[in-house]
Design a protein around this ligand. Structure first.
Ligand code: NA7
Length: 541
C-alpha cells in the first residue's frame, strides 16, 4: 500500500483519536511548529463521550478536575453538576474547539484500519476505512482505554433474532432511545450498567438486571453547582490541578499513610464514615494505604461498604445478591461505580435482578432472553453493558505492522510488552497515550492526557528538533518494564478478581496487569530517569 500514487498528504505527526489525549497532542505539537493531523472515527471531538451517550452516562471524576488545567481554558468554563453528564462533557469539547480551533486539523468520520511502518523512509503509512491514506514520520495513538466495545457471543444475538431493539452502551443510537413504558433488560453491572439501571428504573414499565458480579458501588455525592460553588471552585482550582499530577490516580486526593490494621476499630470506622460522606472515589482511593494490599484491611473496608449498602435495600434476598455477606472479590480491585440511587431502584416492584450464577444466559430469543433454568424473560429493549476489550484492544484491532512487517496483534497475543507504557519494540516511531502498562485505567483521563501527553510531546520534540528520524523501544527495556509492572502488582490484591484491569473480562485474553500500578508519581519518575539518561530504553537514530 505504500507505493500507491494517491498518497498525497504527509505530516510530521499523525494522531489517532480526538479525545482529551489527542487534542492535547495536536494543540501542543502544532504550537511547536510541527505539522500534525488527527484522524477521528466519530463525527465530532470527544472520544468516548461521543460513543457513550446511553441514558445516565456520566463522568465519575468531579467535573472541576475533569478538564484541562490551562489557565485560559478553565477560567471560562463551568460544569453545572459536580459529576457532569455526557452531554455536558460534549459541550466542553465544543468549547475547547472554539478556544483552540482544533477541528480544522481533524479529519472526522475516519476510522484508522491499518498502519504500516516503512523502514526505508522511516515513515508510517496510515489507512482509514474510507480509503484515506496518509504518511507521517510519527504516529501517536490516542485511542483511550475503551475504544473497542465487547459484545459477548450469546447465541441469537449477532443473528438479530431478537424482535425488539438491542444496543451496546458504547454504540448507543445518537438520537437516543426512550425507555418509557418499555420492558428493559440490562446485562452487566460495571459503571455503564449501574448508570443505565438508575435511569431506566424511573422510566421502564419493567426493568431486569442480569448480574454476574455485584458492583461494589460507592455514593457519588452528586449535586448541582450554583454561583457560590463556582466561585469557590475557581478559587482553589490552580492548587487542585497542581496536586492532581502528583497523586496515585490523578485526582486531587490520595491514599492516607496509615494502615487500617494499625488503628482501632473506632478510628477505622470514623475514617470510613468520613470518606463515605465526602463521596466519590475517596472511599476507594483516599483510604488506608494497605486496603488494596492486605486482605484483612480489605475485609474491613468491604464490611463497612456491605453494611451501608444493605441498609438501603428492603428485600433480604436482594440484599444478599447486591451486597453479599462474603465479598465476591476484594474491595476495590474491580472498578467501583459511583451511584446516586442504584440500590433504592431495587426496592421498586418494577425492578428485578436475575443472578447469572444461578442461571446463565443461554440465548437471545425473538422475545427476549432465555436463561439456563428454562425461563424466557420477555423484553422490548436489551442493553448490553458488557464493557470493553480494554486498554490494549483498541490498538490490536488495527492492522498495525512494524519494521519487519509483523503485526502488533500477534506480538501481544501472549501478553502486552512496552517501554514506559509508551512504545513497543519492533514498532519504531509509534507512541501511544493511555495505552497498556501506562497509568491508563488507573488515572483520571485529563490528568493523564497532560502528564503522559507531555512526555510524548517532549520525546517527539527531542526527535524533530534534533533531526532524528527514528525512535524505538529496545527489547531489553520492554522486558524490564513488563517485569517492573509484574513486581508492582504482585503484592496487591488485583489478581484476585476477573477485571478488565487485568484483561480477565475477555475470553482468551492473557491475564496480566494492563495498567501501571505504581501510581503517577513513580511513573513520572521512571520517565524522567529515562529522559535524563538520553532516553534510556529507546534506540534513537
Ligand atoms: P465493565 O466495567 O467491563 O462491565 C461489564 C459488565 O458486563 C460486567 O459486570 C460483566 O460481568 C458483564 N458481562 C460481560 N460479559 C458478560 C456476559 N457474557 N454475561 C453477563 N454479563 C457479562 O464495563 P463498563 O462499560 O460498565 O465500564 C467500563 C469502564 O468505562 C468503567 O470502569 C469506567 O472506567 C468507564 P462481570 O463483572 O465480569 O462478572
Amino acid at each position: 500500500m505504500s507505493t500507491t500514487p494517491d498518497v498525497v498528504e504527509e505530516f510530521d505527526v499523525l494522531v489517532i483519536g480526538a479525545g482529551f489525549a489527542g487534542i492535547y497532542q495536536l494543540d501542543r505539537l502544532r504550537s511547536l511548529g510541527h505539522s500534525v493531523k488527527i484522524l477521528e472515527a466519530g463525527p465530532e471531538l470527544g472520544g468516548i463521550w461521543y460513543w457513550n451517550c446511553y441514558p445516565g452516562a456520566r463522568v465519575d471524576t468531579e467535573g472541576p478536575i475533569y478538564q484541562f488545567s490551562r489557565d485560559d481554558l478553565w477560567r471560562d468554563w463551568e460544569f453545572t453538576e459536580l459529576y457532569p453528564g455526557w452531554n455536558e462533557v460534549r459541550d466542553y469539547f465544543a468549547y475547547l474547539d472554539r478556544k483552540l480551533d482544533i477541528s480544522k486539523d481533524v479529519r472526522f468520520n475516519t476510522r484508522v484500519t491499518a498502519a504500516h511502518f516503512h523502514s526505508g523512509h522511516n515513515q508510517w503509512v496510515v489507512r482509514a476505512s474510507d480509503g484515506t491514506t496518509m504518511r507521517c514520520t510519527y504516529l501517536v495513538a490516542c485511542l483511550g482505554f475503551a475504544s473497542k466495545p465487547y459484545i459477548p457471543q450469546i447465541p441469537g444475538l449477532a443473528q438479530d433474532t431478537f424482535e425488539g431493539r438491542w444496543h451496546h452502551t458504547a454504540l448507543w443510537p445518537q438520537e437516543g432511545l426512550d425507555f418509557t413504558g418499555r420492558r428493559v433488560a440490562v446485562i452487566g453491572t460495571g459503571a455503564s450498567g449501574v448508570q443505565v439501571v438508575q435511569e431506566a428504573a424511573g422510566e421502564a414499565v419493567q426493568l431486569t438486571l442480569f448480574q454476574r458480579t455485584p458492583n461494589l458501588a460507592l455514593p457519588m455525592g452528586q449535586r448541582t453547582l450554583g454561583p457560590t460553588d463556582q466561585a469557590a471552585i475557581k478559587a482553589t482550582l490552580p492548587q487542585r490541578f497542581e496536586s492532581r499530577g502528583h497523586t496515585f490516580a490523578g485526582f486531587d486526593f490520595d491514599f492516607e499513610p496509615r494502615n487500617a490494621t494499625d488503628v482501632s476499630q473506632e478510628e477505622r470506622t470514623a475514617e470510613y464514615e468520613r470518606l463515605w460522606q465526602a463521596g466519590g472515589f475517596r472511599f476507594w482511593l483516599a483510604t488506608f494505604q494497605d486496603t488494596l494490599f492486605d486482605p484483612k484491611s480489605n475485609e474491613y473496608a468491604y464490611a463497612f461498604w456491605r453494611d451501608k449498602v444493605r441498609a438501603r435495600i428492603t428485600d433480604a434476598a436482594l440484599q444478599e445478591k447486591l451486597a453479599p455477606t462474603t465479598p465476591p472479590h476484594p474491595f476495590g480491585v474491580k472498578r467501583p461505580s459511583l451511584e446516586q440511587h442504584y440500590y433504592e431502584a431495587f426496592n421498586q416492584d418494577s425492578v428485578a435482578l436475575v443472578d447469572l450464577n444461578d442461571a446463565p444466559i443461554q440465548a437471545v430469543t425473538e422475545r427476549g432472553i432465555l436463561t439456563a433454568d428454562g425461563v424466557e424473560h420477555e423484553f422490548d429493549i436489551i442493553v448490553l453493558a458488557t464493557g470493553f476489550d480494554a486498554v490494549s484492544g483498541g490498538l490490536t484491532a488495527i492492522d498495525i505492522r512494524g519494521a519487519d512487517g509483523s503485526l502488533l496483534r500477534d506480538k501481544w497475543a501472549s501478553g502486552v510488552r512496552t517501554h514506559l507504557g509508551m512504545a513497543t519494540a519492533g514498532f519504531p516511531n509509534l507512541l501511544f497515550a493511555y495505552g497498556p502498562q501506562s497509568p491508563s485505567g488507573f488515572c483520571n483521563g485529563p490528568t493523564c492526557a497532560e502528564v503522559q501527553g507531555e512526555m510524548i510531546v517532549e520525546t517527539l520534540e527531542h526527535m524533530l528538533s534534533n533531526g532524528h528520524r527514528r525512535i524505538e523501544a529496545t527489547p531489553e527495556a520492554e522486558k524490564e518494564w513488563t517485569h517492573h509492572v509484574a513486581e508492582l502488582v504482585a503484592p496487591t490484591l488485583f489478581l484476585h478478581a476477573k477485571s478488565w484491569y487485568v484483561g480477565a473480562n475477555i475470553p482468551g485474553k492473557p491475564v496480566q496487569m494492563l495498567n501501571y500500578p505504581g501510581g503517577l508519581p513513580l511513573y513520572r519518575a521512571k520517565y524522567a530517569e529515562s529522559k535524563a539518561n538520553d532516553y534510556a530504553g529507546f534506540q534513537v537514530s
